[in-house]
Design a protein around this ligand. Structure first.
Ligand code: GAL
Length: 327
């Protein structure tokens, strides 16, 4: 092979090499397979077989303002995402009026009924309704059909989160304002209802997320400051039902969680290691479509949880290992 040919081959291979680098850039624009910034804000992720599905608020600037959209993205490595959405395109389902709210969608897969069940925060413009909405589909990418809305356990519910324990049991996490704290609640067998309070964590927090790591449950949440970031905090418990420890800082408080708000903790258990990813939103309330994602592996274990200073990092979903991308 002559030199020119070798050079040509190298040049051709370069984009593939760069693409295969599984670099996650916290706070950067995160392009999907079409090169567009991912629209899955306040989101959640489930794993089905070898594929991950990321759902969240799709707040494109050119959305039809009469509808609310839920984005759905598919990936095998948690870095390169194929746009499969919108999974839900919904017009005002309960006559809530102009500027009604659909936020923080989370999808559960029910093995029994082979149904994908989506929960989301449904509200009016003044956030007084405080209900969950439920929509269902037969495929992960939908289209999901709206089913109903209700207040879980009869309680006000705003920010929601999802937690699937290692035994597969699914829980809805919801923030309840009058009592100030968040509930961890069990779903019915078909996931279409919220049936049992497992725990109420009394602390004025929202954006609730839970992970089970090496025999301990870790819960995180943010303070109630709307779109503005604040110091997110964590607590631990030996069982989901508690008792839970006091909440402590999970990052230097002056950074306001590096300008982000929690939405989920994702556990990636590989052949060599387990990484727990802090998934958070850096909201831009005036240009919501440009809100960014802050994903960073947590330092977690022995009752401590800490968010290191965000920097580009590389994930290997097979081994569960991660490393910094900064040399
Ligand atoms: C935040 C909440 C967001 C959204 C926002 C509206 O506290 O986490 O999901 O509801 O308030 O101001």
């Amino acid at each position: 092979m002559n030199r020119l040919k070798i050079m040509m081959l190298c040049l051709l291979a370069l984009p593939a090499l760069l693409f295969s680098q599984n670099v996650i850039n916290p706070g950067a624009v995160w392009p999907d397979d079409k090169g567009e910034h991912i629209q899955a804000h306040g989101g959640g992720i489930i794993k089905l077989g070898k594929k991950y599905y990321w759902y969240g608020e799709a707040r494109r600037a050119d959305n039809d303002p009469d509808y609310r959209y839920v984005g759905c993205y598919e990936s095998r490595d948690l870095v390169h995402w194929k746009n499969r959405g919108p999974a839900l395109k919904l017009s005002d389902p309960e006559q809530l009026g102009h500027r009604w709210v659909l936020e923080r969608p989370k999808v559960f897969y029910n093995k029994g009924s082979k149904t994908y069940v989506m929960y989301f925060h449904l509200d009016d413009a003044r956030y007084k309704l405080a209900r969950v909405g439920v929509a269902i589909a037969k495929t992960p990418q939908g289209p999901f059909k709206y089913l109903k809305s209700f207040r879980p356990l009869g309680l006000e519910s705003r920010d929601i989160g999802q937690f699937i324990d290692d035994d597969g049991t699914a829980y809805l996490i919801f923030e309840s304002r009058p009592t100030k704290g968040f509930y961890i609640a069990a779903l019915s067998n078909d996931y279409l209802d919220v049936v049992k309070e497992v725990c109420f964590i009394r602390s004025p927090l929202e954006g609730g997320a839970v992970v089970h790591y090496k025999g301990l449950y870790y819960a995180i949440g943010s303070a109630l400051t709307g779109w503005n970031p604040n110091p997110n905090k964590y607590a631990t418990a030996k069982t989901l039902a508690g008792p839970w420890s006091e909440f402590k800082d999970m990052a230097p408080p002056e950074t306001n969680t590096y300008g982000s708000q929690s939405t989920m903790m994702l556990k990636v258990a590989g052949t060599k290691s387990t990484t727990v990813i802090f998934m958070a939103d850096q909201w831009k309330p005036k240009t919501q479509w440009d809100s960014r994602y802050l994903w960073m592996p947590l330092q977690i274990g022995d009752g401590r949880l800490w968010l290191p200073e965000p920097q580009p990092w590389i994930l290997n979903v097979k081994t569960g290992e991660w490393k910094s991308a900064v040399r």
